[in-house]
Design a protein around this ligand. Structure first.
Ligand code: ADP
Ligand code: MG
Length: 714
């Protein structure tokens, strides 16, 4: 067995406990995993500034200095005694560390990790501090700098030291930056000889790529800036190239092999529905329907992703698409991720269908046996034109006479296997597929993730929609907020109150939610006519539905929940969205949540309740939310704000692919080159059968290049 693959990491300094932590925190099981964890930043020892030279507050700086003194501050800047035997860290709100170099002194400030920083930042010790200086009382300080221990490179003679992604748990267990460098160094000396080239020689020549072993060595321990650049280009190019190759190959195979059902007609039902519409379609809706129509007549299978912000009117587009299929003698289905959503779709769609003769039915987990029997026979004899439903549509006994189009709403809740089961229900030819999502996706990401799909965008809102008034407050304004909510309820409106639920401390979050619920019930008591519903992940589906229904039907005025409401419920009467601990949500989540209000004609509000102390990044997110409502702008910014070292950020974003080194927001240029080159390779060898491409085929088998969620629609 090769060193690379041994699943226990035989490295000095890594016992069972640390091995377990590396696995849990960073997903590192093998030495191979370890050496593919790359630094996200480098400390350039030639680039250290002096305290006296700090002037602006924009760029990040690096200071190498000795700790001179430390002070712990409690509430109202009281000083926490530190000369006692036991320091009361719990009482400390802020740690101030004065650092000096030959030219002056500078303060480093910590609001978090106080105890840990106190223990490591001992007076007399030397550290490198990295961060953005800010001016405070006429002097510069750095809040939450990154702290590194100056060290001599233990591999190569480079001036640059890599900084690796890490977590608090890892650091606490002694896997510091320095330790990580040592582990990498040890792992590389074992593994470097085993690393073989993954790309064909011609690919390397065409693109001027350096060999893989050189790239791996230099990404960890660069000899100099030039070597680092070569290494990083090679690794980024490879990653993006293989991903594009995989996606484009699937697209190619499909467009060549998979005939679709030709649907040349529009049909009477389409026209009847269209002519009876209570409003005019927006320009974007019309354009998208044209795009869909040209797919449907083409004779090839449609695989189209429809992106549109919440409220942009995707449902109407779906219905009209279904009517085209019906006009050509086919049946259609619309799948929603939850029962509540399916019911809502069914109610809306049935209304749109009144002017037509089309039969529509709803199939969910709670359909009765009798309803099921009727639906099954209606699908089998072709009399049901549109079936709306949940996962229940996937059950084996659901069969269609002629399934021609499947619409999937909010696809990220559906897995590939589930979709595949839908396709097997048709008469042999795969149905056309329209996937709808309200998650705005930046262009570069769409290109990468949906490389094999055609993308349509509804980038225009129906007229007359008022922007949601968005504000951020801290908990001191709670009383005023409750008063405001009461006023809104008195006007007949409804209110969402959302709490964060983040995997890491699920228990605590749930406690938080329950506490919040109790407080709200206290302030909005039943005897005053208030009803408060609550929904969270620990409930049974029945409990969830019961509470959701109560809110959707207007029986409850307030819905307290975790982010389960993120996907699609439509309660036009809801005018206030309160987001608790808003600093803990990602931008796209905040945007989705806000999209739940502002659907009716009333003025609507989004209140972001933030903690007293929030990090600069969180503050930026909240500011952005208050300054724009444009989902695409928010998505672009979101990508820019996430550093590549931001592990939690990427996990939270729910992105279907995880890039190891390339950044979609920063490496757009390489992405383009990689995509163009992938096209060229496929033009010469569409199925990658030639001998020189064998290496590529084996790389493409890796899970990473087969994004689970999005790409493989059929
Ligand atoms: P989405 O699914 O994209 O979030 P919906 O399809 O639910 O949005 O539409 C949101 C609301 O806008 C619905 O009440 C719908 O009737 C309405 N709507 C859709 N298209 C238009 C339009 N062109 N003009 C006015 N209102 C529209
Ligand atoms: Mg919708």
């Amino acid at each position: 067995m090769r060193e690379l693959d041994t699943d226990r990491m035989y490295l000095s300094g890594v016992g069972p406990k640390r091995a377990e932590l590396l696995k849990r925190e960073l997903g590192i099981n093998t030495l191979s995993d370890l050496i593919h964890l790359y630094p996200f930043r480098y400390i350039d020892r030639s680039g250290i500034q002096t305290v006296a030279s700090v002037s602006g507050t924009n760029a990040s700086i690096q200071i190498k200095g000795t700790v001179k003194s430390r002070t712990l501050y409690g509430p109202q800047s009281s000083i926490v005694p530190t000369d006692t035997e036991k320091i009361h860290f719990n009482a400390a709100k802020r740690l101030s560390v004065i650092v000096k170099d030959e030219t002056g002194e500078m303060e480093m400030v910590f609001f978090k990790g106080i105890k840990w920083n106190w223990e490591r930042l001992q007076p007399g010790r030397v550290f490198i501090f990295f961060g953005r200086p800010q001016e405070f009382n006429g002097r510069f300080n750095i809040v939450h700098p990154e702290v590194d221990v100056p060290q001599e490179g233990n591999m190569g003679q480079g001036v640059m030291t890599g900084v690796y992604p890490s977590t608090e748990k890892l650091r606490n267990s002694g896997i510091t930056g320095k330790m990580m460098c040592r582990l990498q160094s040890a792992a590389l000396s074992l593994c470097l000889p085993e690393i073989t080239e993954t790309l064909p020689q011609y690919v390397m020549n065409d693109n001027g790529l350096c060999p893989l072993p050189y790239a791996i060595k230099n990404i960890h321990f660069p000899t100099d800036g030039y070597a680092l650049q070569k290494a990083s280009y090679r690794l980024k190019f490879e990653e993006l190239f293989l991903l594009q190759l995989s996606l484009l190959k699937q697209k190619f195979i499909r467009s060549r092999n998979e005939n679709g059902i030709p649907m040349p007609k529009v049909g009477q039902d389409f026209n009847d529905c269209y002519n009876a519409l209570p409003y005019r379609l927006t320009g974007a809706q019309q354009r998208v329907i044209k795009e869909i129509r040209s797919d449907l007549v083409s004779g090839r299978q449609m695989n189209r992703l429809l992106q549109g912000d919440v409220g942009s009117g995707k449902t109407m587009v779906a219905v009209l698409s279904c009517l085209i299929a019906i006009g050509n003698g086919y049946q259609t289905c619309i799948m929603a991720p939850t029962e509540v959503l399916a019911q809502q779709h069914f109610a809306n769609i049935s209304r749109y269908l009144i002017p037509t003769g089309v039969r529509c039915a709803l199939l969910t987990g709670s359909s009765t046996a009798k309803e099921r029997r009727e639906i099954h026979s209606g699908l089998e004899d072709g009399s049901i034109g549109i079936i709306v439903g949940t996962h229940a549509l996937l059950e084996d006994n659901v069969k269609f006479l002629r399934l021609g189009l499947a619409v999937i709403d909010e696809q990220h809740r559906f897995g590939v296997d589930q979709r595949a089961r839908l396709w097997s229900k048709g008469p042999g030819v795969p149905p056309h597929v329209l996937v709808m999502t309200a998650t705005p996706i930046p262009r570069t990401l769409a290109m990468t993730v949906y490389g094999d799909l055609d993308v349509s965008v509804i980038d225009e809102m129906p007229p007359g929609r008022k922007p949601v008034k968005t504000m951020q407050i801290n908990p001191s304004r709670k009383v005023a907020m409750f008063r405001f909510i009461k006023d809104q309820i008195a006007l007949g409106r409804q209110v969402f109150v959302v709490y964060p639920l983040i995997f890491e401390s699920e228990k605590m979050d749930l406690e938080n939610l329950e506490k919040g619920y109790e407080e709200i019930v206290e302030r909005f008591p039943l005897e005053d006519g208030y009803k408060v519903a609550i929904v969270h992940g620990e409930q049974t589906p029945e409990q969830k539905n019961f509470n959701m229904d109560a809110f959707a039907a207007g029986r409850a005025q307030i819905l307290v929940s975790t982010t389960v409401i993120e996907v699609g419920v439509d309660v036009p009467n809801a005018s206030v969205m309160v987001i608790q601990s808003a600093q803990r949500f990602g931008l796209s989540q905040l945007h989705q949540l806000r999209g739940r209000v502002g659907r009716g004609a009333d003025e609507s509000y989004c209140i972001l309740v933030k903690d007293y102390k929030v990090s600069k990044e969180s503050q930026q997110r909240l500011d952005l939310m208050c300054s724009t409502q444009d989902g695409f702008e928010i998505a672009e910014e979101d990508m820019k704000m996430r550093g590549p070292g931001d592990l939690e950020g990427t996990q939270q974003s729910g992105m279907p692919i995880s890039l190891n080194i390339a950044s979609l927001s920063k490496d757009g240029l390489i992405l383009n080159q990689a995509r163009e080159y992938a096209r060229k390779v496929l033009a010469g060898d569409p199925t990658l059968e030639s001998k020189e491409n064998a290496a590529l085929v084996s790389e493409l088998r890796k899970e990473k290049y087969n994004p689970k969620d999005y790409s493989k629609i059929s």
